[in-house]
Design a protein around this ligand. Sequence first.
Ligand SMILES: [Zn+2]
Length: 288
Amino acid sequence: MSPPPAVESQVQALTDLYNSIQNARHYPRDLLKATVLPNPLPLTPPSLSLYSQQLKDIAHTLRSDAVQAALRAAQESQKADGQNIMNNVRRENRKRRRPASPESPQPYTVTERQSSSLFPVTKDDLTCLKSSELVEYIRQFNKEHSSCKLGIWQGTRSSNKDVKNPATLRFTIKDVLTAYLTVSYTTSDLALLVESVTTFGPRERKLPHSQSEYSVYRMLSQEFGRMIHSDPQVGFQKFITLLCSYENMFTMRCDKCQRVLCVEGHVAAVERVWNESNGQWEPRHISC
Ligand SMILES: [Zn+2]
């Protein structure tokens, strides 16, 4: 019998490789990372060593003359006439360049999402502030705080004057910052949700949708964005408590390095990390 045509055996070699790489995507994530490093895991449990051996086999197959020749032939063929190549063939090519990348999208992200909130779990969780309670809440808040003030932003002449369900609130800490909070309302019970926060220096005259001239306030705005992103449904009162923790922003020490300004960039601690043991937001530098 004559040997099969070269192209058929090449397609078979690439199909086998593709299938083994697809299979390797289900291997433990840490193992995939470890095999990328120059030194493999020093102590490998028996169950992992099986995966490890299979990964080595894939690498060996990938480097083999037969697969390399097939890949070159495929590349040449695509260059010569790349038309009418179906999507799955392209996918195959892409995966060939990045076999078993540990940065590829992983399953099970849905379960991780539930614990991603950077906010503490507190009693406030049960009582989300409703739109009808906002005015009374602001009145009470301003009575209880001397240096922090909360208000409804009236805006410019032409802007939204809906005082019942305002779109923008203004929060200030005397001599520290001005923050504009864009808020929305849940459709079911009109509870307040913070959409975004933009912060400015206390004497900056800027509109809520612009940005500060000072990098520290731009970093702070980004930091709030990160916090909201971690928990878009966070209760309004809980968010205001976070804002209040910036009262001594320029004089408090970072809880990690114990400095007021970080070594690189000389920026104040704009990050806040919840401390479960004392029930407070602790300041931290972004670089710490
Ligand atoms: Zn620090």
